[in-house]
Design a protein around this ligand. Sequence first.
Ligand SMILES: Nc1ncnc2c1ncn2[C@@H]1O[C@H](COP(=O)(O)OP(=O)(O)OP(=O)(O)O)[C@@H](O)[C@H]1O
Ligand SMILES: [Zn+2]
Length: 723
Amino acid sequence: MSADSPVTADVLLPLALEGPYTYAVPPGLSVAPGDYVEVPLGPRSFIGCVWKIGEGDGGGKTLRPIVQKFDLPPLSDTHRAFIDWVAQYYLEPLGNVLRLCLRAPGAFGEAKGDVAYRIGPNQPAKLTAQRARVLDIAREGLAMKASELAELAGVGTSVVKMLAKAGALEVVALPPHRAFPAPDPSAGKLALSEAQEEAARELRALVTRRAQGTLLLDGVTGSGKTEVYFEAMASALASGRQVLLLLPEIALTQQFIERVERRFGAAPATWHSGMRPRERERVWRGVADGGARIVVGARSALFLPWARLGLVVVDEEHESAYKQEDGVPYHARDMAIVYGALGKFPIVLASATPSLESLVNAERGRYTHVQLAVRHGAAELPPSHIIDMRQAAPQSGSWLSDPLANAVSETLAKGDQALLFLNRRGYAPLTLCRACGHRFDCPNCAASLVEHRFRKQLMCHHCGHTEAIPGQCPKCETPGKLVPCGPGVERLAEEVAQRFPEARLTILSSDLARGTLLKDAIREVTDGVHNLVIGTQLVAKGHHFPHLTLVGVVDADFALDSSDPRAGERSWAQMAQVAGRAGRGEKPGRALIQTYRPDHPLMRALAEGDRDGFLTEEKRLREGADLPPYGHLAAIVISGRDGHETERFARSLQPLAPYGEGVHVLGPAPAPLHLVRGLHRWRFLVRARRGINVQAYLKAWLGDIKPKGSLRLAIDVDPYNFL
Ligand SMILES: Nc1ncnc2c1ncn2[C@@H]1O[C@H](COP(=O)(O)OP(=O)(O)OP(=O)(O)O)[C@@H](O)[C@H]1O
Ligand SMILES: [Zn+2]
């Protein structure tokens, strides 16, 4: 390169692009890989990340220059290598993966004094829908940057500026971000039991080695795993590193965050989907400059621009909530392990019901396996009893067998708390007309509408479509003949209220998940305000309810038959977890499980507490079928507006699938959920023996296919969703 040849930089943009674009570096600007820069693309400008320097030459075209460089710590080499890895593994455009890392647009704000906007004294002369949206958000009271307000309202920043000019918004100076308090590794350390101490020693050793390595902390419910992995976090913090504690979104409760705060004497940073833009920006910057030492976050926190990450703990590692389903379909647990390998730091996976994947990796000697076999302190694991519903069936329209109802009475009489677990929201999963047989289905999806009686609505749980509950059948017009079929939590609550009129009843369901309602409800259950709780899967997630002594599983057969190869494992984990909420305090607990299939290996295993027996059988089945963790799966979902066109396109791909030794292509077949949001869906499932490069196979098959019109082709490597 001669002295006067233009210096160029390859800049990756957070768009669906396979690679970076080359730009000219204007004289006087020095950029290095990892720097964040603003560059033009077409008529717009974007914030991207410098990927390489001086390699591209623009292929003879005149290069457009970089507009500006942001004064932020660069994205580390490790993080960029991680992005490359994720993109290759999931066959995603590189730019889409970068986008996961830049989810805090405000962090790139103007370098000069930040200003914010809040509601002002005037009404704008003309109130367009866009302006009204901005003002509605401003009326909530928080001062926000133009970019944040605009993003929330789904408008351009010009709308915000225009409203400010008209006096409908007021400009205020934003105070600088609050710094993150420094954690103290030994602040609130509890005295550990001998078993905990022994486990903690292994975790600390792993962290001080400062090398890659995965440890599976496999401890029964209530064994005190949290205190044990806190020790690993303490070691990483003491060595000056940052720590990420990943939780399934729904388990990220205020209670848990307070527990972390007590242990380390400082509130951790948190990261989840419900955050306000300014807090996002604060955390993003804190992670980038190293000021945020502990982050407790949902899966996407893995992609934050870590400065000195030294440990990731994945709590409830078996949870399928770690799999992102939209956009880049990554699995945060698996990608945490990849990140650890690239960054040479350890990963701790914790669970009372580890995934088969992790257990098999531990067996193969890839993971260190640390077990806690008993509950902490005097608490004992609750025994599970099976109720054979063929013998004890309740009368029609009622869902509690006598043995379960009696157990609830006894529990309440003793002043204890009982939990009834039913994984169905709403009142009834299906509504039929008794006169003509008409069933209420979603107009956009291949699914029945769920009655939500409390909200007086029929609702689709796939697309959110709602309609009022009609007084008569829309088809035969007979009034008063509509019947709800099957139970949801609301309907169960009706029965329970009738049977136990004295009980202080509450429902914990994700219908409450927005806002503070759910937090309050969980705290009230913890404090014993309620003595009878009806809950969906939400209650199975790591909560500690000290007064709870009885867990009743209302429908254990619910998820057994499905196209999902992990259905058995998942049902088992869910029931073991929910049973594990019982007897965590001073009094012993028990679990009663209602099933019509008492001979199913899963029910037997639960009754006998024989986890190993059940999992050995599951492993045998999976190994025989080359299913994970013994083989790879990839799903290919073809969707489109037009049913015939979608089918034709799916079928046209089938003969193009190359022959591959050890690779099976199943399909195309209509997806179990063959219509969602008006899109018709067809699926292929690719099953490959271990050691086969599935990505290479998929590229060879589908790499050049460009679906047209409304048709889409989505590849899901390591799928967890089989609908
Ligand atoms: N060393 C200790 N000293 C005092 N209390 C402890 C100690 N270890 C654990 N506990 C308490 O025991 C209870 C269970 O511990 P923890 O929540 O860590 O269990 P866990 O293994 O994570 O359970 P689960 O998997 O069911 O969520 C908690 O109330 C916790 O505060
Ligand atoms: Zn729908």
